[in-house]
Design a protein around this ligand. Structure first.
Ligand code: ATP
Ligand code: MG
Length: 230
């Protein structure tokens, strides 16, 4: 794949991310260029500290590169205002954070419903969409429990339900199967595969070799560089 081939949902061009300044500055991404083709399941793999989460945060508009560009549907995200970036993220993207980031006082159902509300889904559609997403990840029977009453894997699946419920164009999931046993992990990847079948684009980070087999494309990171691509 070459940059600008036209069917990419996201293009990353010459991206550098440096944290800190002066003698304390750390370069976490060095000249990263890649494409996320539309309608595919893509994985980032690499050791702890290789830069996967940093790269995900740039794709999701939560962070900006120090140098280089990130384009979403041909639009340069780096030039947009915070408000424009928020709007794209809320309406077009679904994020699954490595730390889940569930709201503790809300049940699994309310966590999902809340995101539908802020992404602008009409009230009459929200209940069915939230329940459908929780059902897809196998959590419907537990949906009225709050995060502290759920296991780590159930919290992770709630976070996934929350990211997919509004049927975003792009799902960015950071280690979405880390807390899951291999069978439940494969079930979640199948949920992602079904969404890709419906035309969504999914990017995950993972260490799991079994999952690497099922994705369409793997970018391998080492010390903030893409070292392999297959
Ligand atoms: N805000 C920050 N300030 C300084 N250094 C940072 C910051 N965020 C991340 N880093 C450093 O950047 C490097 C890459 O971090 P990142 O979280 O992207 O790794 P990762 O590949 O996601 O690792 P893991 O598999 O453990 O989640 C690490 O060395 C980390 O300490
Ligand atoms: Mg990480």
């Amino acid at each position: 794949m070459t940059a600008g081939s036209g069917d990419a949902l996201i293009e990353v061009e010459g991206v550098k991310r440096i944290f800190g300044r002066g003698s304390g500055a750390v370069t976490v991404l060095h000249d990263v260029s890649l494409e996320i083709p539309a309608g595919k399941l893509i994985a980032f793999k690499g050791r702890s500290g290789s830069g996967k989460t940093t790269l995900m945060n740039l794709l999701s508009t939560l962070d900006r590169p120090t140098e280089g560009r990130v384009c979403f549907e041909g639009q340069d995200l780096t030039g947009l205002s915070d408000r424009e970036r928020d709007e794209i993220r809320r309406t077009q993207m679904g994020l699954v954070f490595q730390s889940f980031a569930l709201i503790p006082l809300m049940s699994a159902y309310e966590n999902v419903e809340f995101v539908l509300r802020i992404s602008g889904i009409p009230a009459r559609e929200r209940e069915a969409a939230a329940i459908a997403a929780l059902d897809l990840v196998g959590l419907k029977p537990r949906m009225h429990h709050r995060p502290f009453e759920l296991s780590g894997g159930e919290q992770q699946r709630t976070a996934i339900a929350r990211a997919i419920a509004h049927k975003p164009k792009l799902i960015l999931a950071d280690e979405p199967t880390a807390e899951l046993d291999s069978r439940t992990g494969l079930h979640i990847i199948k949920v992602f595969r079904d969404l890709v079948q419906q035309g969504l684009t999914v990017v995950i980070t993972t260490h799991d070799p079994a999952i690497m087999e099922i994705v369409d494309h793997v970018y391998e990171l080492e010390d903030g560089r893409i070292v392999a691509n297959h």
